[in-house]
Design a protein around this ligand. Sequence first.
Ligand SMILES: Nc1ncnc2c1ncn2[C@@H]1O[C@H](COP(=O)(O)OP(=O)(O)OP(=O)(O)O)[C@@H](O)[C@H]1O
Ligand SMILES: [Mg+2]
Length: 459
Amino acid sequence: MADQDDTRREAARRRGPLMAAGAIGATLGGAALGLGLVWVAGGIDTVPALLVLGIGAAAGFGLLRLRDRPGILPPEPSTNGPLDLDGAMRVSLESVLAVVERLPDPFLLIDAEGRVRLSNGPQHPIIAAALPGRHVSAALRNPEVLDAIAQAQRDGRARAVDYVSPVPYEQHILAHVARVRVGLPRRVEGAVRHDLTQAVIVVLHDLTALKRAEQLRADFVANASHELKTPLASLTGFIETLRGHARDDTEARERFLAIMLDQAGRMRRLIDDLLSLSRIELNEHVAPAGRVDMARLAETVVEAVTPLAEEERVDVVTQVSPEARAVIGERDELYQALQNLVDNAIKYGGDGGRVEITVAPAAPDALAAPRPGMMAVSVRDHGSGIPREHVPRLTERFYRVDAKRSRERGGTGLGLAIVKHIATRHRGALEIQSREGEGTVVTLYLPAAPPAPAPGTAA
Ligand SMILES: Nc1ncnc2c1ncn2[C@@H]1O[C@H](COP(=O)(O)OP(=O)(O)OP(=O)(O)O)[C@@H](O)[C@H]1O
Ligand SMILES: [Mg+2]
């Protein structure tokens, strides 16, 4: 906060002379306008009056434009006012500034005294405080980076420092530090001199997305192995028991074999889901081109879940809008997605007694629909709902609200992650809305297929 205040104060201080220049320009312009009006009133030609007016205004605006480059003022900061730069120098500086301004990564040039001489701070909030003339420690607070800058200045060796910047939000940064010999303009006894001097450049590279991906991958491997290890340990345990004291116990053997079959099934489901996920991810860049009638697909899903629905005493009903159209998609993937949603609604929301599948055009104000004119396939249950804080995380791999309950019901925690990838591959979207105590609606938005040609017409 204090930093931002400093930055604002500094910027205001720098704007002071600019505003003065503007004021002078405006005064000149105003005077010229007055003079022009007097001339016109006095019957004198208006051309010279307009000429004076133009020069006045141009002087003001020209001065403003040249100096109004927040964060990038290269000459040595001086208490004696700005430096006068000759034309050639100005052109080269403007070129360097234009390049620095457009660099995609935050950049700083630091002189031997540790002061910022050049930066693209205004474009990059992480170095917003890197105003020319300020000490680098005002912009970069990490001691290791500051140390690297000082060492590079001393020994000329380039280095890279990996650190976490807490402001403006937590970012993993790799700072590249290197010494360069550059000409920096300075004022010596009233004149401008351009001496070659040792400076240090710092380029900050944002590694946050990379680190996050790395973490996700590590978590994924850890979770997948954990999920496989549990049934495997159970299988091994039962095999040992069957070879040991249960060897001749027929009743125990039957019971244990049933459990083993169940555990093996769980491992198979997990492997199937993992393979599904990687296959869908692999094909994500290729949008499916088939045509799928979602109303008919919903009926097939209802048939497939009937045993589960009966067991849980849940009615599964389908409502199809007369405006419902086919979608562009791959049937097997859409079947897998819808089955998972209905399966979840029965397993986790079945206490509401009823699950509704709706196929209809997406509402025009549906925020989650990526484009207008999409179809919406919703699965609604009237169960206990999902606490708010869990909803955004449900599509993460292995994320479950109640891991024990999910496992007991044979869940792998990969279902919604798969559905999300299927939606993405179809250039659609997945939306989860839930209210505790009222139930959950999960909607799959999919691109509508063009109307089918009437039978008998040429395609
Ligand atoms: N309709 C629902 N009502 C309440 N909770 C739900 C609902 N749908 C999903 N959940 C919660 O979201 C979690 C993640 O669902 P997801 O489908 O990804 O995994 P799963 O059902 O546990 O396993 P799988 O789908 O692989 O069998 C579930 O474990 C459950 O806690
Ligand atoms: Mg599921």
